[in-house]
Design a binder for this molecule. Structure first.
Ligand code: MN
Ligand code: MN
Length: 464
């Protein structure tokens, strides 16, 4: 009796793998293979945007600047300073009825080089770094790191570098103290065990020619000069990032999970990008945002707080020939958005930080966060019940398993995404992404089931 009633009334939240047949399992695994291959070539925001642009070009998308006028079915994009990108497919519906936006970010926590990175200390050469985003510093020592980035010379010449990804490349690392001499260090609080200023990358140890001061530094500069034609000052106009040299791999005997760097938020960026490439025609104009600088507060002209996105939508309105005063505001007010960013996956080892009835679990499908924020929802964009119901309906109609969660127990911590930025413009927004273990660590873990579920969700949302 009560079993029947439970079946009818309870929100079941079952393990998604239980309802996956062999064919679907193959689809899930194949999709993840593509995702992992993409991740291996897109570890930084610039690399992601470069790959995304290539994918868009191959799928008939064109730079909006190539269009004088737009019509339903047109596929466009705008690349903002090689670090963020907006894509759109023009819908058949009057654009005044609003956009369907999916927005993720393609930057991930990492170590950036300081403007004057290279120095020598006791005949060892180092790069000085300044970490980017919320990292646990101790996790970034004694792992293989690769160097990715762009150096721009005063004549405008750009040099892209990527060292440490190829099997034959050298890698780099940040050293840590041996336990034998770490007594004092080990007494420190975990967050103070490694200081930000000590995150110095070891890059060489052979002196150039004869004895003397800074000969190892000189040797490194000479190598860089021979290889890239740069001098020390050119490093001041560069953006060079250190990321883990690990490759994305399947995790577990059952290969059910993906371990990789930068899944926050490239897992949502990739799944939404692929979903957009597969759209055939849409009712509401579909917009895909791949933003930058989310991990440090979305500021600057490649971050979501900038007006670059408004500019893009205004260009769409201009080229549709419909623009008029305040139309941009109106379009946003009638828009719907999935802020596609990762969720904290429930980790049984650290269960105490989560409320298990309100946590996102690996393998249970796409995770929706009605609100984020911290301490009394402070700073949250809280999705309206009407909109949550609309999104649930889309998911249920399309037979997509989902979970509605929040980030950790009350007052334990919190987080934020780009949701509030678009919500502040008037759109209905909910956070909606893949649960991740070890978020912001050099190696993050996701479930292949959830990755595929995200892809299906984003496609269903745009096709609605
Ligand atoms: Mn994120
Ligand atoms: Mn993050």
């Amino acid at each position: 009796m009560s079993e029947e009633l439970k079946e009818k009334l309870f929100d079941k939240k079952e393990n998604g793998w239980l309802s996956v047949n062999e064919e679907e399992k193959k689809n899930i695994f194949d999709f993840s293979k593509g995702y992992m291959a993409f991740l291996n070539q897109a570890k930084t925001e610039r690399e992601f945007i470069k790959m995304a642009r290539k994918m868009a070009d191959q799928n008939g998308y064109k730079d909006i600047m190539e269009f004088d006028t737009l019509k339903p079915g047109d596929k466009i994009y705008f690349v903002n300073r090689n670090k963020s990108m907006y894509l759109a497919m023009i819908g058949t519906e009057n654009i005044e009825r609003g956009l369907h936006i999916i927005g993720s970010h393609v930057d991930s926590p990492r170590l950036d080089l300081k403007p004057n990175p290279l120095y020598e200390d006791t005949e060892m050469a180092y790069f000085n770094t300044h970490y980017y985003g919320g990292i646990k510093k101790y996790q970034w020592t004694t792992i293989p790191l690769s160097i990715h980035g762009t150096i721009v010379k005063t004549n405008g010449e750009k040099i892209d570098i990527c060292i440490g990804e190829d099997e034959n490349d050298p890698i780099f690392t940040i050293t840590d103290l041996l336990p034998h001499l770490a007594q004092e260090q080990m007494e420190k609080k975990l967050k103070n065990g490694i200081s930000g200023e000590d995150l110095n990358l070891l890059v060489g140890s052979i002196p150039y020619g004869e004895k003397g001061k800074d000969q190892v530094k000189l040797n490194i500069l000479n190598i860089l000069h021979e290889k890239y034609g740069i001098i020390e000052a050119d490093l001041t106009s560069s953006e060079i990032e250190l990321v883990p040299a690990f490759r994305a791999r399947s995790l577990g005997f059952d290969e059910s999970m993906v371990a990789a760097y930068g899944q926050d938020d490239k897992v949502c960026a990739y799944t939404s990008l692929v979903a957009m490439m597969e759209l055939e025609n849409v009712k509401n104009t579909a917009v895909c945002i791949l933003s930058d600088k989310e991990e440090i507060g979305s500021m600057g002209n490649t971050g979501m707080e900038s007006h670059m996105f408004d500019f893009f939508i205004s260009e769409v309105l201009n080229k549709l020939g419909v623009n008029k005063p305040n139309l941009l505001d109106k379009v946003f007010c009638f828009s719907k958005m999935l802020s596609s960013d990762v969720d904290a996956g429930f980790d049984p080892i650290y269960a105490s930080v989560s409320d298990t009835t309100n946590a996102g679990f690996l393998g249970k499908g796409i995770s929706l966060n009605k609100y984020t924020g911290a301490r009394g929802k402070s700073g949250a964009s809280d999705a309206n019940a009407e909109y949550v119901a609309w999104v649930r309906n889309v998911l249920e109609k399309n037979d997509i398993q989902y979970q509605i969660a929040e980030l950790g127990k009350v007052d334990i911590g919190g987080g934020g995404t780009i949701a509030y930025i678009i919500a502040n413009k008037g759109a209905d927004v909910i956070d909606c992404g893949v649960p991740v273990l070890s978020m912001h660590a050099p190696y993050e873990v996701t479930s292949k089931y959830d990755i595929y579920s995200a892809y299906k969700t984003y496609k269903a949302f745009w096709n609605e």
